[in-house]
Every structure is written in C-alpha cells, then in structure tokens.
Design a binder for this molecule. Structure first.
Ligand code: XIL
Length: 350
C-alpha cells in the first residue's frame, strides 16, 4: 500500500516540476548563453522573501543592479547617517553567488533625501556635501562594486541641463565634480553617465556625447553611457536604437543598456494583454539583443532588464500598468524571454 502511494506520488511531483516552465530553464540560463553580462534590477524584499524570485535571478542573470536601495535617499537618509544594511545584504548575495553588482545611482534629481532638499550653504558647502556623499558610498563598496552610475538624468530631451538642486547650488560643474569624486574614491571603478531617451532623441544623445567628450578632453574619467532603454514595442525603431548604441561606442565609451523594459501599453490606455502584443514584444527584444551583439566586444558592458517579472509601471512618457519584462506575474517565461534567448543562441551578431 505504502509503495503504491509513492509510486503514484513521485511521478506526479516530477511531472509537475517538469511541466513548470519556471524550472526548466537551467541550461537555457540567459547569462550562460551570452558573452556579455546579462543583468536584472533587484527588488530587495523579493530577494529576501521570495524563494522563486531568488532562484530565478540567480539562475538567469550574472549582473545585478539595485532597483531602489542604492539611491541617495536609501543610502544616505540623514546628513551624518548612511544606511548600508539592505545594500550590504544584496552585495553579500552577489558575492556568494558570483554576480556582478553595478552601483545605481550616486547623484540624481529624484530619490533625494529631505536633508539635501533643505540643505543650506554656499557653493563650497554644497560641493563638500556632494563630495562626502559620493566618496563615502563608493569607498564603502570599493573592491566589490567595480562600476557606478555616477550621475543620472542630468539632461532634458532638448539637450538643456535639467534644472535640479545640484545645478542650482553648484552649477554645471556638479556633473564633472561627481565624476572626479567617484574616481578619487575608487580609481579602478568604471564610471557611467546614465539617462533615458538616448536611443530616441538625437539631440539629447549628441549633447550628452559632446558633454562627455569635453569632460574626457579635460582629463576627467568617464567610461561609459548607461542607455536606460525604457522603450515601447513600436518605438523607437530598431535602427534608431542600434545607431544610438553605435554612436556611443564610436565615442570610445562602454555601452550599458542599463534599464531595459519593453512596454506594451499604448499612450495612457490600459490595454488587455494579447498574444499579438506578446509576439511583438518578443520581436523587439530579439532585435535589441541582436543589435547589441553587433557592438564591439570591448564596448559591451551588458544588458540589464529593469525587473524580473510583470506587471510594472512604465517609467517614462506615461505611468500605466504594463507588462515590460521577460517573466509573467507567475514567474513563467514569456515569449520575450525566448526572444532574448534566441538572439543569444542563434548568434546572428557575431
Ligand atoms: C524607478 C524604480 O523602478 C521604481 O521602483 C521607483 O519608484 C522609481 O525609480 N530611471 C532610473 C531608475 O534611473 O532608477 C528608475 O527606477 C526608473 C527610471
């Protein structure tokens, strides 16, 4: 009787497991098929509490970026208080599992702690405060984190500098100062300027590249551009994306697709997800990865997806619920996942 019970139970468990697409991807792991780092933005709560999430990010990706917990308001909540616990947890996880951790982000107009917003002082005081902020964080992770988004989203689409608290109190030099401080703190770290719409707005891309070239000509270290790549399945077109990435490469900079998401939701309309949309998303992801693979090997810093699973909001243009990632809400791989994988395994890029 007992034997019979197990005879029935074991094959049953095994077949459930076998048919569960969440668990059949071990050999298909994205990063194992790629010759560039494949990354994911990490939600710390899920990493701590959700075993399936933890298993999947470990199995599929070899580069991690904190989605939120390494932003200024998290790491530096009070003027004299740094809070590293959560980011240290993530760093430990990465160490243990041999994953790269990319630092995101030191200087931004968002996720500002209120003490920065209320900070009073002249230009020199602001610079000293910025310096302490950047250096303390970079030094804390020195030797483990080898790359940073130093400045995030400093430009508008029309090429003008974004009016933010740093520009107001320090002037345009806050950007180069941030890079100088980060480099002083860790001379071996790769330093990135990160922004959105670089693949869509030529004006913005050209301005950023000119700005960076000027910094470099004055001996300031900057290694790469994070193209966030919050794109839509229908926009921008793949040629525009590829041309933008090539331009970054031609400027001698590393190319990081730093926050890839492919939205399906059109202009403030919350749509129902259809198979057709999923197929279009798959096509777009595949094209994006194929294009990226045509860059020079030494320019490929990696492709990072801005989340593991749906749903999410789109981060720019509109704020609707969307399905921009590679896994669905039950952690099953979507067609987009297979689009990414096919691009890697068909090796059209090499
Ligand atoms: C977003 C996160 O994904 C959200 O959870 C958070 O509420 C806001 O920030 N550009 C960036 C990222 O550089 O840090 C942003 O991340 C998305 C846009």
């Amino acid at each position: 009787m007992k034997n019979c019970f197990f005879c029935i139970l074991f094959p049953l468990i095994f077949s459930f497991h076998k048919n569960d697409k969440r668990f059949d991807n071990k050999d298909q792991a994205l990063y194992k098929n790629a010759d560039f780092p494949v990354g994911v933005a990490i939600k710390i709560k899920r990493l701590k509490n959700d075993a399936i999430y933890r298993g999947l990010v470990r199995e599929q990706f070899n580069s991690f970026t904190a989605e939120n917990i390494m932003k200024p308001s998290y790491l530096h909540p009070e003027k004299d208080v740094f809070y590293f616990d959560d980011a240290d947890y993530l760093a430990e996880f990465c160490k243990k599992n041999n994953k790269r951790l990319h630092g995101h982000t030191l200087v931004w107009h968002k996720s500002l702690p209120s003490w920065v917003e209320n900070f009073k002082g002249n230009k020199a005081a602001w610079e000293a405060m910025l310096k302490e902020h950047v250096k303390t964080i970079v030094i804390h992770y020195k030797g483990f984190i080898n790359s940073w988004d130093v400045v995030n989203e400093a430009f508008n689409d029309d090429g003008s500098l974004r009016k933010n608290i740093w520009l107001k109190n320090i002037g345009e030099s806050y950007i180069e100062k941030s890079f100088i401080y980060a480099n002083e703190a860790d001379p071996t770290a790769k330093l990135f300027y990160n922004d959105f719409n670089l693949e869509a707005s030529r004006t913005k891309l050209n301005t950023v590249l000119q700005f960076v070239a000027d910094l470099k000509s004055r001996g300031i270290k900057i290694d790469g551009i994070g193209m966030q790549m919050h794109v839509k399945h229908y926009y921008p077109d793949i040629n525009a994306i590829n041309q933008a990435a090539f331009k970054v490469q031609e400027n001698g900079l590393l190319v990081h697709y730093s926050e890839l998401s492919v939205s399906l939701n059109k202009k403030n309309k919350s749509l129902t997800l259809t198979n057709e949309m999923l197929t279009l998303q798959k096509k777009k992801i595949k094209e994006i990865v194929e294009g990226y693979m045509k860059l020079k090997k030494n320019a490929q810093f990696g492709i990072t997806i801005w989340g593991l699973s749906d749903p999410a909001v789109a981060w720019q243009r509109d704020k609707n619920i969307d399905w921009p990632f590679l896994y669905d809400q039950n952690y099953n791989p979507k067609p987009a996942y297979y689009g990414f994988l096919e691009a890697l395994t068909e090796k059209t890029g090499s």
